[in-house]
Write a protein that binds this ligand. Sequence first.
Ligand code: AMP
Length: 297
Amino acid sequence: METHITKRALAAHLAGERRQGRTVGFVPTMGALHEGHVSLMRRARAENDVVVASIFVNPLQFGPTEDFTRYPRDLEGDAHRAAEAGVDLLFSPGVEEMYPAGTIATRVELGPIGETGEGRWRPGFFSGVATVCLKLFHVVPADRVYFGQKDAQQLAVIRRIVADLDIPVDVVGCPTVREPDGLALSSRNAYLDPQARRTASAFPRALFAARDAVAAGEGSAAGVRWVVEAHLEREPALRLQYVDVFDPVSFAPRERIEGRAILAGAAFVGGTRLIDNVEVASQIGSHVPEQKEMAAG
Ligand code: AMP
């Protein structure tokens, strides 16, 4: 595996690969790699001649009170994991490489898809994500890009900008990798002490209970929210920030569940904010198979 820290060096290398007609798969990440990231890299390895992964903690998508400076960073460990997962080229630029002028004047502006769900609680977050991904898609001209269903709204945003801005790339959504107790793998899980870690698994369990309720006939978002809240009553150390039902494509909130939808939310355990989601499917209008989940390890 080769590591590049400049756009120019990476672009030169990739131009050579593309001249030889080799296909390129790209996995953008913020590093602190875990089995969730690795599953994306393996999938890219299986489907492309050349696999590129990026590690960039993007300041543009962090709010002023968020964890940009303390976000976990481990470039050496990440390089190891990426190489083992079959990555050929690792791109790990510094902030000055991605934003040489310190700031940028041009940003991707999103409509309602950036303002619902996570966007309500993290203003500007999806615009920051979309902007850096658009830059990265230019730096890494790929045939396929790989994103996790763990961040379902982010995946929907990426699909949307690719369609709206005619970006010539296929977006591949990959299943959420979970710990045996259900907690979705996340770089931020490193913030959890052992007790908080035990508490955290109540959140996915509540979402799974709600998914079962929908399969058993619960058809309203209010009913689903009630199931989640009732489950979490036994966990006072976990504070639910929101949980709602969303359209899987537009991420518009839905009051009725007909066919496939995404149940997504955020919860705090101590100072750590967890996000998670599951696909729910009611029998009414449902023809699409359930979203797959994967076990870690
Ligand atoms: P991040 O480093 O958190 O920005 O994540 C980089 C990519 O990995 C995103 O596409 C995420 O959705 C994906 N990802 C993160 N956690 C998981 C997980 N537990 N399972 C599958 N994909 C994941």
